[in-house]
Design a protein around this ligand. Structure first.
Ligand code: HEC
Length: 164
């Protein structure tokens, strides 16, 4: 029955991510966006307290746009809400990586492995990036989609040994 990678397809939606909160409000004052804990542009500015800085994040934005966005969406939001439903060939659609699916169940080293190996050896559709991207670029891509994770999701990931 449950022959799929354990730990993955379970408990995926326990954390709701009000992801697009940070679009243009506050027209009244307009001037300083000041010390908001959520940076206004999550593709440019690293959230405070993360393992990556804004430079790496911006590198990741380029890597992600060039290699990943076609399947996982520009903002790592996925391309379909139905990513848990198998396709006719038995594989799954690309999941969102923005914290709303289960990428946050995996420590960084495992995320790197997924990117290296892809899903094809397991009957999936993700290509392998081992020979396509160097480790720096892969880490930057991870930083890019992790910056959409809110602080609560990130804290849970850290607690579960995310930085291994
Ligand atoms: C051709 C489409 C495609 C491309 C391009 C692609 N992916 Fe994927 N990705 C998938 C699919 C589909 C899955 C689900 C596993 C499978 O079926 O291979 C997946 C799974 C993942 C997972 C595991 C998510 C989880 O919740 O466990 C990560 C992480 C990931 N991709 C990151 C990336 C990154 C980073 C890139 C770019 C460097 C990328 N993917 C490029 C289709 C793609």
């Amino acid at each position: 029955m449950n022959a799929l990678s354990p730990g993955c397809l379970i408990r995926s939606l326990t954390i709701a991510i009000p992801m697009l909160l940070m679009t243009g409000c506050g027209d009244d004052t307009g001037e300083s966006v000041s010390a908001s804990p959520v940076p206004a542009d999550l593709t440019m500015t690293a959230r405070p307290g993360r393992w990556y800085d804004s430079g790496r994040l911006q590198q990741g934005a380029a890597v992600f746009a060039g290699n990943c966005a076609g399947c996982h969406g520009q903002l790592a939001q996925g391309l379909t809400e139905d990513w848990k439903t198998r396709l006719p060939d038995g594989s799954f659609p690309p999941p969102p990586l923005n914290g709303s699916a289960h990428a946050w169940h995996h420590p960084r080293v495992q995320l790197l492995q997924v990117i290296d190996t892809g899903g094809i050896p397991y009957g999936g559709q993700m290509p392998a990036f081992q020979e396509v991207l160097n480790d720096d670029q892969k880490l930057a891509a991870i930083a890019f989609f992790q910056n959409f994770w809110d602080d609560e999701t990130y804290a849970v990931w850290l607690d579960r040994g995310g930085l291994q």
